[in-house]
Write a protein that binds this ligand. Structure first.
Ligand code: PGA
Length: 254
């Protein structure tokens, strides 16, 4: 894993945008995440797009996850979030933006279809990830199979509470979701996990320095050949080896 420690959430977004921009300009297949952390990265990419620095014209996007049973026009559906916060503001063909279907009559069949669509697109080149306070990635909660594929999951009560801020009340948060699996995520060419804030420090420490364990689903990054973790100082505050990670960044081989 490469660990990049930044001074601010803005700098985290700039670093993540630098990586995604390279793939976008190649017409790559981009895995996109929801939640609040990626928003600054999307804003930076939209700014660069308007400045003519990056084009998404030949790109395909696949979202990580979606709520089950939430109408796509609901402002908190991940269909809406990806479109409203990112894809509608850049030059990607909307037909090339894929979101898991949480409204299918046959959800398992829709999940299998989503996996196949990723394969048919040639696989995801770069997957952007956030991390939950309980170590989840996508909606792969603790005890998720490390080789799982896209499927329906039941949210952990902590995640429901964490996501209640996006809804009028905790009772409105759907408890069922569809999510790319940890096996799906591991097939991506590069993983870029971003985290900011002290409330993420424990999960980041488990991800980077804890054991490989389904108890911290994000720890699968440890067995990915090209994983990049970008954090601010607050999210890095519980890393034992933080000085070493900074030393590596300051002494990259030419
Ligand atoms: P957040 O969510 O970016 O809103 O903190 C991250 C996640 O749950 O994956």
């Amino acid at each position: 894993m490469e660990i990049i420690v930044c001074d601010s959430p803005h700098d985290v977004a700039v670093q993540a945008a630098d990586i995604l921009q390279g793939y976008a300009n190649e017409g790559g297949v981009l895995g996109v995440a929801t939640g609040s952390t990626p928003l600054l990265t999307y804003q930076e990419l939209i700014r660069r797009h308007k400045a003519g620095e990056v084009s998404f014209a030949g790109c395909t996007m696949f979202a990580l996850d979606e709520y089950v049973g939430l109408p796509i026009e609901h402002e908190q559906s991940y269909y809406r979030v990806i479109h409203d916060e990112f894809s509608d503001h850049v030059d990607i063909d909307p037909a090339d933006v894929h979101i898991p279907n949480g409204l299918a009559d046959d959800v398992p069949a829709a999940c299998a279809g989503y996996e196949q669509a990723i394969v048919d697109a040639g696989g995801i080149d770069v997957q952007l990830l956030g991390i939950g306070t309980n170590g989840h990635v996508g909606f792969n909660e603790p005890a998720s199979s490390l080789s799982s594929l896209t499927r329906m999951k039941t949210l952990h009560p902590q995640t429901v509470v964490d996501n209640a801020r996006f809804f009028n009340s905790v009772d409105e948060v759907p408890i069922h979701v569809v999510t790319q699996g940890l096996g799906t995520i591991q097939r991506a060419g590069q993983l870029v996990l971003i985290a900011t804030g002290e409330h993420k420090a424990h999960a980041v420490a488990q991800l980077v320095e804890g054991p490989l364990s389904a108890a911290c689903p994000a720890s699968v990054l440890q067995i990915h050949p090209h994983a990049t973790v970008i954090v601010d100082e607050a999210a890095a505050s519980r890393l034992n080896n933080v000085d070493y990670y900074k030393f590596i960044q300051q002494n990259k081989p030419q």
